[in-house]
Design a protein around this ligand. Structure first.
Ligand SMILES: [Zn+2]
Length: 260
């Protein structure tokens, strides 16, 4: 499930499987905000932490374009939420400087159910980030903003690796005429039904390319078509709520020398 980007950085995406939630949240729902029993969500999050072997940092996603930084200049204070999980509070991106990572390691999580979970790593300097890119975040250029944070701190374009996780594909993401017209040109497309659609991947890839970043891996699995992932759209059509899966990127510090 998790790929090695460097020997210290791993990235991957969860699925609906492996948790304890029931009904439309079956079974690995990671979102507290979607109406599931909180003790089940907490159990699912603990299982994920156990699997990756280190604490996870979450964010309260608001479809904005704010990115909190852990470490570096202007760092955010990490808080513990009411369920005992680390959080940066309201944000749609988390950025992590390697010197801010405790000996236990630290991982960043972005929750989605149709939006694009984006995981970014600088293979050389070992900075990492997790970004929530829905349609609105894409239109507000959240990915460009995240990538500029890497470049501003000294990352080189050729060392930056960008991964887009499972999300609703361009052929399935139907929108109204108004939403289509007000979106950015790179993202405007037609759906499988010949109606107006939005291609979040194309919008995001354009932002990376404009900055000269070309190492982009796009997961082509569509959340709308594949029941391995939670889909807000599929659930809404049934009049149900649904769970959230996550994109996770982790950093494990290099071995520190033993002190005698
Ligand atoms: Zn699709």
């Amino acid at each position: 499930m998790f790929d090695e980007i460097t020997s210290n950085i791993k990235a991957g995406f969860t699925t609906v499987h492996g948790g304890v939630s029931c009904g439309s949240y079956q079974s690995a729902n990671l979102g507290f905000h979607v109406g599931d029993y909180s003790e089940r969500v907490a159990c699912n999050r603990r299982r994920l932490e156990d699997y990756i072997g280190m604490p996870l940092v979450w964010m309260e996603q608001v479809h904005g374009s704010h990115i909190h930084s852990i470490g570096g200049c202007d760092p955010v204070e990490l808080a513990v939420d009411e369920y005992g999980f680390l959080t940066v509070g309201k944000a749609d991106g988390i950025f992590l400087e390697p010197e801010a990572v405790p000996a236990t390691g630290l991982a960043l999580a972005v929750m989605v159910a149709d939006c694009v979970p984006v995981l970014i790593a600088d293979r050389q300097e070992e900075r990492i980030a997790a970004v929530h890119m829905g349609r609105r975040g894409m239109e507000r250029r959240i990915l460009a903003k995240a990538l500029k944070m890497f470049l501003d701190r000294g990352s080189r374009v050729e060392n930056i690796d960008v991964r887009f996780g499972p999300h609703i594909c361009a052929r399935c993401y139907e929108v109204s005429q108004d939403v289509y017209r007000s979106s950015i040109p790179e993202a405007q497309c037609d759906t499988r039904w010949g109606t107006r659609g939005i291609d979040m991947t194309a919008g995001g890839v354009a932002q990376a390319h404009q900055l000269g970043i070309n190492s982009i891996l796009v997961d082509s699995e569509c959340t709308y078509e594949n029941d391995l992932y939670f889909s807000h759209r599929v659930a809404s059509k049934r009049g149900e709520q649904t769970g959230r899966f996550a994109g996770v990127i982790s950093f494990e510090p290099h071995d520190t020398p033993t002190k005698y």
